[in-house]
Design a protein around this ligand. Structure first.
Ligand code: ADP
Ligand code: MG
Length: 246
């Protein structure tokens, strides 16, 4: 089943001096529990598309059809942890904002912290954590609200290579374990192939769909191991050739 149908979305921003067409006639079926990546050059409208899904931007034409009620978790490029709150308090922030902090939800946060190796750092401050740990904490904070859709806007782009590989494996395991549908935005082709079930390639602005790739890796293969599969290089070359380079 499809969680969302994105139907013929076009977005034009009107500024004082000009009109900027950011997206042109985008249609995508977001399938339940499939990891979908949206790849395209900088400025092609990727973040705009996420903002239209969350409802913080309105499309100029087209519709977003939600086939179930969405509970959206949104993870941005910066981890946005608050330095004056402890790890535990940061993890509970989403629950506080949504006013859904209950005994049950606090137990769930503690479970997540235990599961993802942060429980013993619960009373520390984020500045004492490594980059990878901070990113895991940011993810736990999003997961605490039990989202059914997870929007990831280049969440790993600020991390070093090694940390990225580990966090990709972690995120992959978490996503496959929980009943969640992620949309990952990235301009890193390797990351997209490592993590995704489907990849949507957008053209340069205004973003149009240039190609759709359906990947068929076995679910038990972790992102870091996908590279050993011969299909990986073929896909990489194909996407690299197809992507608009600025
Ligand atoms: P991406 O995330 O792919 O880098 P964006 O969705 O952020 O691209 O932006 C797409 C285009 O729309 C860019 O040219 C950007 O400058 C423009 N844009 C984004 N937000 C606004 C806005 N609020 N007002 C005017 N133009 C915008
Ligand atoms: Mg962006």
């Amino acid at each position: 089943m499809n969680l969302i149908n994105i139907c013929n979305i076009t977005k034009i921003y009107h500024t004082k001096s000009k009109e900027i067409k950011a997206l042109d006639n985008i249609s995508i079926a977001i399938e339940d529990n499939k990891i979908i990546s949206i790849v395209g050059p900088s400025g092609c409208g990727k973040s705009t598309l996420l903002n239209i899904i969350t409802g913080s931007e309105q499309p100029s034409t087209g519709t977003i059809r939600e086939n179930r009620k969405l509970n959206i978790g949104y993870m941005m490029q910066t981890d946005a942890l608050l330095p004056w709150l402890t790890v535990f308090e940061n993890a509970c922030l989403g629950l506080d904002l949504k006013k859904i902090k209950t005994k049950e939800s606090i137990n769930y946060v503690n479970d997540l912290l235990k599961k993802y190796g942060l429980y013993e750092f619960k009373d520390e401050y984020p500045n004492n954590l490594s980059g990878g740990m901070r990113q895991r904490l940011a993810l736990i904070r999003v997961l605490a609200i039990r989202p059914n859709i997870l929007l990831l806007d280049e969440p790993f782009s600020k991390l070093d290579c090694e940390t990225r590989k580990n966090i990709s494996n972690d995120v992959y395991k978490i996503i496959k374990e929980l009943n969640i549908t992620p949309i990952l935005i990235t301009h890193d082709i390797e990351e997209a192939i490592s993590l995704s079930d489907n990849i949507i390639l957008l053209t340069k602005r205004p973003g149009r769909i240039k190609a759709i790739y359906k990947l068929n890796f076995d679910e038990t293969i972790l992102p870091s191991t996908r590279k050993k599969d011969e299909i990986f290089d073929t896909l990489y070359d194909d996407i690299w050739r197809n992507i608009d380079h600025d």
